[in-house]
Design a protein around this ligand. Sequence first.
Ligand SMILES: Nc1ncnc2c1ncn2[C@@H]1O[C@H](COP(=O)(O)OP(=O)(O)OP(=O)(O)O)[C@@H](O)[C@H]1O
Length: 339
Amino acid sequence: MSGKERGQPILEAEGLTKTYMLSSGMFAKKRELHAVRGVDLDIRQGDILGIVGESGCGKSTLSRMLLGLEAPTAGQVKIGGQPIEEIGRAALSRKVQPIFQDPFSSLNPRKTIESIISLPLRLHGIGDAASRKREVREMMERVGLPSRVARGYPSQLSGGQRQRVSIARALITRPDIVICDEPTSALDVSVQSQILNMLQDLRNELNLTYVVITHDLAVIEHLATEIAVMYLGRVVERAETGRFFDDPQHPYSQALLKSVMTPDTSLSIPELGLGTAFPDPANPPSGCAFHPRCAKRFEGCDRIAPSPVPRDGGGHVECRLFETPDAGAQQEPAMTEEI
Ligand SMILES: Nc1ncnc2c1ncn2[C@@H]1O[C@H](COP(=O)(O)OP(=O)(O)OP(=O)(O)O)[C@@H](O)[C@H]1O
């Protein structure tokens, strides 16, 4: 489907950039760390965009900016076409809600489950005590929590139940967009797919749009309609999920997919066989940031930054191989293993 047929984006990022200034002492010169570098995204109603990449590539920084929790250094986020600075904090938190990775640390241990789930309603002054109670019970039922746990505390629940509580709390004000940062990585494997299936059902029932941040391609394959692959603060490939898994185009995406074949995807992206470690965002490689690890690099990749090239079926790939049709013929000998 073309972008036009799918209607206007509900969430957009335009040239979104975050540069942190690092100080290494009172008299030392500050250094710049480019966490997110000019990211453009457009997410349509009902989409589930999975953002994947190695630790340190900028996923969480990007999600904090999408939530309005962190101001960008440059660029902007729009919801329904309106810049988020114009929306105001209270209205914004009714439109966009986060679900965090660790349901235990994000739930107040001294509050009852009912009080935790109803907090956003109370903060926004929605309803009276009786209607809030009804809303909470209804939402608990939707997320598969038995009503008897309402008067219990987070420590009495399993990890999966705690994540159901944080999902109920995120959805109680009926947001349009939910930003899920590693929604299942703290959970037992047996519970992960239950939570992913539930997120999918809730999206259909409540007309939600998700951005799912993860290092785990299995989560993307299970849940996402589209994928954005991040590398050192850039989205280096964006595609519809099925097309991506059938035909990953960026050499980094190909290495990521290959890594899924290794057994332990639970803690972080496993060894990618790329020869060198993820680069330091405070000292990024010149040209294409991926070139030191790329088995397909060729003349100029160490000097010239690639530009996005449209992919068949929508999305883009940011690799000079696709800008220069005969580039493969000029490949430099690779220092890394074949991908
Ligand atoms: N407040 C901050 N001050 C300075 N540097 C930061 C800050 N927050 C993040 N960074 C740096 O920005 C880069 C991107 O970090 P970010 O947490 O967004 O990556 P990530 O892909 O989410 O990683 P992870 O999966 O480990 O959370 C990293 O090098 C990180 O050290």
